[in-house]
Design a protein around this ligand. Structure first.
Ligand SMILES: [Zn+2]
Length: 188
């Protein structure tokens, strides 16, 4: 449902400060047009900048009626550095949102009970985290967001002063820039 290049948003709640970025990311996911998603700033999110999750109250509804949160931290902490949303380049933000929408695509296919099991495994298993993060990246790339995902990765990996520990974590859990380029080439 495109109208003068702006998507018509149904069932979305978006803070105005990131509205443009969210709209661009959403335009890559026509499947999510009716899915209720609330984008919401949060004071602090453990270990990440954004986090997508189903609203608990909707977990046992029919999958097509399930609703989701995408939480966004007011500040991005990478090691000892701190950024506000306004300090982050637009493309990087769009890539980040695209990655979270990839998680929602993944969640859509899971039944309520399976979601709970998934949540627990995500908390306790490194292998599950890796699988889920790579699935989200892959969804985003397959939805034509490869360039944005690369921008996000670049921002994290090439930022000055980042410790090798942090970079190692990113490299272990997410698709590498090389893998993303390969995926994009396969699509072309
Ligand atoms: Zn993720």
């Amino acid at each position: 449902m495109k109208n003068n290049d702006r998507i018509v948003l149904t069932n979305k709640i978006i803070p105005s400060s990131i509205e443009d970025e969210v709209r661009i990311a959403l335009s890559h996911y026509p499947e999510l047009i009716d899915t209720p998603i609330e984008f919401k700033f949060k004071k602090n999110i453990k270990k990440s900048f954004m986090q997508a999750q189903p609203k608990f109250s909707s977990l046992f509804r029919k999958r097509k009626n399930r609703s989701y949160f995408v939480y966004i931290s007011e500040r991005l902490h990478i090691e000892h550095e701190e950024f506000g949303v306004e300090d982050i380049p637009k493309d990087v933000l769009i890539g980040w949102i695209g990655h979270e929408l990839g998680h929602i695509m993944d969640y859509r296919d899971r039944k309520g009970f399976n979601m709970l099991v998934f949540g627990v495994k995500y908390i306790f298993s490194k292998r599950y985290i890796r699988e889920a993060e790579r699935a989200a990246d892959t969804y985003a790339v397959n939805h034509g967001m490869g360039e944005y995902i690369l921008a996000t990765k670049d921002f994290i990996l090439n930022h000055a002063h980042l410790s090798e520990v942090y970079k190692g974590r990113i490299k272990r859990l997410y698709l590498s820039p090389e893998e993303i380029v390969e995926l994009v080439e396969e699509l072309e």
